[in-house]
Design a protein around this ligand. Structure first.
Ligand SMILES: [Zn+2]
Length: 248
């Protein structure tokens, strides 16, 4: 059987009540959840950068090692040439070997230059890495503090939130899908998260625009879905004005 409009409105009001309570809980957490997420992203970024620095340094050290090995080979070669020079038969052979030795020595000087360049590059990268490392440590401290703060606030409202979410899950089945969609849409577009409101003191409870008396009468009848002409929120009912108590 189709629900009556009044039943639909009551179901929406109940949903609004649950959602507003959930909004309140989330508000107590403020920007903390977002700040924690941002910090976690930033930390991953720093760890990636530091990893890159470390592999650059490792590659440069490997380069230095290979230059040093080449230099050792060069030294052996020079020693071998010098031994050969002792046993040359003529000046031409002597000069040829001298030329080989000079070439080897040039190679070794070039290797020295390359090694020094690599070392200088490593020092620069190490500076960057150290800076990144100390910022990373700071961010990790921040994250620890913020997570602690958040878990404290969350633990205070955790069970309440769970109850509300379970209640919402159950209740949502009572609201027809089309209505739920527009409810969600209005809620998403509203600053205070209110999609279903009462007319209170002659005004829309969402945007405080005046609702004309005839319209209020229609709303009070609850025979059709009426939305606020200004903000589009669903007007579920008209709040009865409490009688003014006079002091005796
Ligand atoms: Zn309104």
């Amino acid at each position: 059987m189709e629900n009556t409009i009044a039943q639909k409105l009551d179901a929406l009001l109940k949903l609004q009540e649950i959602d507003s309570s959930l909004d309140e809980i989330r508000k107590t957490r403020g920007d903390l959840p977002e700040e924690v997420r941002d910090l976690e992203d930033e930390i991953i970024g720093f760890e990636t950068r530091i990893g890159k620095f470390k592999s650059e340094i490792a590659a440069l050290n490997a380069e230095i090692d290979s230059f040093k090995n080449a230099q050792k080979d060069g030294e052996k070669l020079i020693k071998k040439y010098k031994d050969q020079q002792m046993n040359v038969r003529n000046n031409r052979e002597y000069d040829a070997i001298t030329k080989e030795i000079e070439l080897q020595e040039l190679d070794m000087q070039l290797a020295d230059k390359k090694i020094n360049e690599a070392k200088a590059r490593i020092r620069l990268i190490e500076d960057d890495a150290n800076r990144a490392e100390s910022t990373l440590n700071e961010r990790n401290e921040d994250l620890k503090a913020k997570k602690g703060e958040l878990s404290l606030i969350t633990s205070e409202s955790e069970s309440e939130e769970k109850t509300l979410l379970a209640e919402r899950e159950k209740h949502i089945k009572k609201v027809e899908e089309r209505l739920l969609k527009s409810y969600q849409k209005i809620r998403d577009n509203s600053m205070n998260g209110l999609a279903v409101v009462h007319v209170s003191r002659g005004a829309c409870g969402g945007c405080f625009s005046i609702v004309p008396p005839q319209r209020q009468a229609d709303i009070r009848e609850r025979k059709k879905l009426i939305v606020c002409e200004h903000c589009g929120r669903i007007l579920a009912d008209v709040e009865s004005v409490e009688p003014v108590h006079q002091r005796r």
